[in-house]
Design a protein around this ligand. Structure first.
Ligand SMILES: [Zn+2]
Length: 295
């Protein structure tokens, strides 16, 4: 993706390097050799856990993350580049959704993007790097620890700037759902459903965000800033972060009822559907569920 000569967004807040203020309250266990063990209690808020390979089950899980322990490590040139990229990518989402909302006679209010390291305070509780990127509807903000991009490349087999843009655009997709009232409607419905159906509904929310990310991707292609191979990389990433793949990697088993983001195939399908159509109206992941009497 050719992004370097483009403007960044004005809606980015950089909190990197000052995440430690309330770290004492976090359930950190000791770290050795640069490995920090975290015990993460999963309070699976509706959006709280997103795109993460680590938190696919339920209950508590023990994970390890490369990290600097207590001291903040000064930012590498690669990370600075990722910060700059995130700002530019956010700006492109602002342009794309401003136009789409404008075509509907509405004005678009963009989300904020907070870059942080390790932990940060949000209206949805603590954000932790281990959670992966997430969107908090309470403060209409996307939270991103840039180490996720590195992990994405190393562990999930997804990488490249367009694939990173897809991740950000997916979170912005949750913001769109918030603006359109979809998340409130879904939260309301969820309370009436069995756990199994509520999980299915969560998957549909995630797949819609993927589809919206695809709509953004299509606009990037139409602007002519994609490089050959960019789409393939993003699709590969969508597959790599499917729940079935992640579950198999972590436990060797696939348990469909506990999926919250969709299978690799579903994520691939919906991102591509958004990309091929460029039309958010094609992103109604709920239609089938509703027709089948899901609610
Ligand atoms: Zn999501």
């Amino acid at each position: 993706m050719r992004w370097r000569d483009r403007q960044g967004s004005e809606n980015v807040e950089d909190r990197r390097g000052r995440g430690g203020g309330r770290r004492g309250k976090l359930p950190l266990l000791g770290g050795g050799g640069g490995i920090l063990m975290l015990v993460v209690a999963l309070v699976a808020g509706y959006y709280g856990l997103d795109l993460t390979p680590l938190l696919t089950g339920s209950g508590s899980t023990v994970i390890s993350t490369d990290g600097g322990g207590t001291a903040y490590q000064s930012s590498s040139p690669q990370e600075e580049e990722m910060a700059r990229f995130s700002s530019v990518a956010l700006k492109t989402t602002e342009e794309v959704w401003t136009k789409i909302f404008g075509d509907m006679g509405k004005s678009y209010r963009p989300p904020r993007l907070v870059l942080y390291s390790e932990v940060t305070d949000t209206a949805c509780g603590y954000g932790e790097a281990a959670m992966g990127p997430f969107y908090c509807p309470g403060d209409q903000t996307v939270y991103l620890d840039l180490s996720f991009y590195r992990d994405m490349k190393q562990r999930l087999g997804g990488g490249g700037d367009f694939a990173q843009g897809y991740v950000l655009a997916h979170e912005v997709g949750h913001h769109i759902q918030n603006l359109m009232g979809i998340d409130r409607e879904v939260s309301r419905r969820r309370r009436e459903l069995s756990e199994r159906d509520a999980n299915r509904l969560s998957v549909l929310v995630e797949l819609q965000a993927d589809c919206y990310a695809g709509v953004w991707g299509r606009a990037m292609r139409d602007e002519g800033i994609l490089d050959p191979g960019d789409l393939e990389q993003a699709l590969k990433t969508a597959e790599a972060i499917g729940d079935d793949r992640l579950q198999r990697q972590s436990s060797g088993r696939v348990v469909p009822d506990s999926f919250t983001h969709g299978t690799s195939q579903q994520r691939y399908y919906w991102f591509k559907r958004g990309f091929d159509s460029g039309d958010p109206n094609q992103c109604n992941t709920f239609a089938e569920f509703r027709e089948a009497g899901g609610w």
